[in-house]
Design a protein. Structure first.
Length: 719
């Protein structure tokens, strides 16, 4: 062993760590041997020779690059990457590379105090024997957000914010004069004014809004929105701009449009909806049915670059929490001016189809129209009519249903993937407290609307994207959905074989999706149905917006866009504007600009979904908090190394049995087969298995529901 200048024995392992730190903290520097010896205080000949040997090994492993015979630098090609930092409350942070490769572990000491979602540059650490690959954050390129939500704690000389889920390494310090009247126990939104640095590990902030006392329904819902950087109020100046909009329709405007005011038209929406952005019309024309899909003409009222448009761009989507909607547009627009309310003349952008009795499209055109809806239906009313009950315009509704069923049947024959997802809903009292939890399933009424919206979206996308060979299609935001991950599909195939099912993982897109549908059909009503559906869903990619069309795998459409909901989705408004521009003979729009907007809309959609899920979790815990000690039949809905998630059969609320409560054995997590297996007794907990649970704890602050096994598991025998 060599001696360090300090006189201590210098091991090879210690020298590796010293060299790693030197190069990672200076990723752009080239060091000569002299500089390295000086920086590391290596004064003896053996220590210097050992350092040269170690650096040669590091260069061999691609950690370093030899710049010359006697100088080295960090190998930036393999060792430095950019991506997203993912912070976990349990300290298991990770780095998500931009190239889509596997996430890499980042320990707390190597995180540079990066926050969840921050853009970072990392250096790969030389892998230690029998250790996982690790990365070190060397630079924070940009912070995802500079706001935090939490609970205030005010002391005599200082105050601080305790954040939701402990997403920060330290609580945020707040100078007393920056409290904005906040008191201990108040939930507040804080703007970060100082990030941690080498000189100070503290995060410093100032209160920008005091939400109110913990436990109040409004406070909690606003806290969820603020946590994701979503707005919980509408800016006054934007609402004032909406008040100035003239809702009247001039004769001149009507003359420029196709007039559908005398054609039977209806809207079909959830019973509590106020923003009706789509309507259907139907009439017989010779041997064909003329079906109009009429969409609120938002872009007529919201001009690009206006105050309202800038706010809508920023929001990109309406957010649907359990007990409220946070609209993308001001209320005057979404619930009144643009909403296709019955017996009111409204401006629309429409796709008009000529369909035969088999729902084959014989002709279609896209036009600006004016309509007057005859009737506003709730889904339940339409479903009753379709089930045989007498009702207004029953013939029209049943004809639309018959055509929709033909469209649906043909779509699945064409290779669309069949996933009928159930959604958890709550009945809420006037104080926002949930009184009932239940699943909403799709039925004929919802599928009727769905099929015509899909047809309109597909037709609009084809009208721009489908061009002659050698012609470049004009820019359009598409809704794209990539093929499933082949590795995950193979995992699914290996998994379902154990239940006696077969599945294709190679061949054409259509062959694979038909095989998936056959699998879904054959496991219907079986014990393993939920389990197989869950694993199959995990193999699917997420749909997103892009100007680069790759088609929509799940729907089996080569061209697909979003055109039918401009009141609540910004991409639909973009599509309306571009379509109008191209119909007027305009040139192709700037693709780079629209691709950026697509990425923003995809990000905001994901963020809104996370907030929606959190509001469901909160209401779930609130619904169960007076049921502590109750026992229920449930099934295992998720398996993790730290416990099993169980969904109650009666009300679909989900909680977790922590691993430490499974004390009859030591359980190993079999990730590939989605189960926990006991080492001694081989007892197995499998995804989808029935289980009897008892409600143990309901923590509203953490939005966490804990269960225990109802039958007391036998205690471990002492050795």
């Amino acid at each position: 062993m060599s001696k360090h200048k300090s006189g201590k024995r210098l091991t090879k392992q210690r020298l590796v760590e010293m060299l790693q730190t030197l190069f990672q903290q200076n990723p752009n520097e080239t060091f000569s041997l002299k500089q390295i010896f000086r920086e590391l205080k290596l004064s003896t000949h053996p220590a210097k020779m050992l350092a040269v040997d170690v650096m040669d090994e590091m260069a061999w492993d691609d950690f370093l690059t030899k710049a010359s015979d006697n100088s080295y630098r960090l190998n930036l090609k393999t060792q430095v990457q950019e991506g997203t930092f993912i912070r976990k409350a349990n300290g298991k942070n990770s780095f998500q590379p931009d190239d889509g490769s596997k996430n890499i572990f980042v320990s707390e000491r190597n995180s540079l105090f990066a926050m969840n979602g921050d853009r970072v540059r990392v250096a790969m650490m030389a892998r230690r024997e029998k250790h996982m690959k690790e990365a070190m954050v060397v630079e924070i390129l940009s912070h995802k957000r500079d706001q935090a939500v939490g609970k205030l704690k005010v002391e005599k000389d200082y105050a601080f914010l305790i954040t939701e889920g402990n997403i920060f390494v330290h609580d945020i310090l707040i100078p007393k004069k920056k409290l904005k009247g906040g008191k201990t126990g108040d939930k507040a939104v804080v703007k970060i004014t100082q990030w941690p640095s080498k000189d100070s590990k503290n995060i410093v902030g100032e209160v920008i809004d005091v939400l109110g006392k913990e436990g109040d329904n409004n406070v909690e819902m606003h806290a969820i929105l603020a946590q994701y950087g979503l707005p919980y109020s509408y800016p006054k100046h934007v609402e004032e701009a909406a008040e100035k909009i003239d809702p009247s329709i001039t004769e001149q405007e009507i003359k420029r449009r196709e007039d559908f005011r005398d054609v039977w038209t209806c809207t079909i929406d959830p019973k509590d909806a106020k923003d009706f952005d789509d309507a259907l019309s139907i009439r017989k024309k010779g041997k064909l049915w003329e079906v109009g899909v009429h969409i609120a003409d938002v872009s007529h009222y919201v001009k690009e670059g206006s105050i309202i448009d800038k706010e809508a761009t920023k929001r990109a989507t309406s957010v649907y929490l359990v007990d409220r909607t946070i609209p993308m547009l001001p209320e005057r627009l979404c619930n009144f001016i643009c909403s296709l309310r019955p017996d009111e003349e409204k401006l629309c952008y429409s796709v008009i189809f000529m369909l035969d009795e088999e729902a084959n499209v014989k002709d279609h055109h896209i036009a600006h129209t004016v309509i007057k809806s005859n009737r506003r239906y709730a889904y339940e009313e339409v479903q009753d009519v379709l089930m045989g009950k007498d009702g207004d315009y029953a013939t029209e509704l049943r004809t639309l249903d018959k055509l929709a069923k033909k469209l649906r049947e043909r779509r699945f024959k064409g290779g669309a993937v069949k996933f009928d997802r159930e959604e958890l809903h709550f009945d809420i009292d006037e104080k926002g407290k949930p009184t009932r939890a239940y699943f909403k399933k799709s039925n004929d009424a919802t599928q009727l609307i769905e099929e015509f919206m899909l047809l309109a979206n597909r037709t609009v996308a084809e009208s721009i994207g489908k061009v002659k060979k050698g012609t470049k299609a004009k820019t359009l935001p598409y809704r794209i959905h990539d093929q499933p991950d082949p590795t995950k599909l193979e995992t699914l195939r290996e998994f379902v074989v154990k239940f006696g099912y077969k599945m294709k993982t190679s061949g054409t897109k259509g062959a694979i999706s038909r095989s998936l549908n056959a699998l879904m059909d054959s496991c219907q009503g079986k014990k393993e149905q939920k389990l197989i559906e869950t694993v199959a869903l995990r193999a699917m990619m997420k749909a997103k917006y892009s100007t680069h069309n790759i088609g929509h795998y799940g729907l089996a459409f080569e061209y697909y866009t979003h055109f039918t909901s401009p009141i609540r989705r910004y991409p639909d408004t973009m599509v309306h504007r571009l379509l109008t521009k191209y119909q007027d003979g305009g040139r192709s729009a700037n693709q780079e600009k629209y691709e950026e907007l697509c990425e923003h809309c995809s990000d905001m959609e994901q963020t809104a979904q996370q907030a929606e899920r959190d509001s469901i979790k909160y209401k779930m815990v609130e619904f169960m908090e007076d049921k502590i000690g109750n026992e229920y039949d449930a099934h295992i809905s998720g398996i993790q190394s730290y416990g099993i998630y169980c969904e109650i059969d009666e009300n679909h609320c989900e909680g977790m049995v922590p691993m430490h409560d499974l004390d009859d054995d030591y359980y190993d997590f079999d990730e590939r087969n989605y189960c926990l297996v006991g080492r001694r007794h081989r007892n197995k907990y499998q995804l989808g298995d029935p289980i009897r649970i008892k409600v143990a704890r309901a923590n509203l602050e953490k939005r966490q529901l804990d269960f225990a096994l109802a039958e007391e598991a036998p205690k471990k025998k002492k050795k």
